[in-house]
Design a protein. Sequence first.
Length: 120
Amino acid sequence: MRTLCSSTLIGEFFVIAFAALVAMKDPDLSAATVWTVSGVAMFLTLALCGVITRPGGVALGWALQLALVVSGVFVPTMFFLGVVFAALWWASVHYGRRIDEAKARFAAQAESASGAPDAA
């Protein structure tokens, strides 16, 4: 799960950076505000890569997805991109857990097979 979720978060890092560049064109937003909010969000995406497997990591990821969708208020394209990344986040969590379960089953089977006596 960690690999899939981290890949999604790294993609979001770049999307947030590009959205900040678009938001800079809004005359109602100051550069300091745009880069402070975007910088915090970008930092959170990277920090979340490290804590994704800990308790609450997935919930923090969902909060980040919600924030991306809400950022569409300032950059309308982010409504669409936020929904796309929320779907990617769901897929990363869902299929990542399935992959982790399959790996655990495979490891258990390999361990039980290596512990069995030889038939020779």
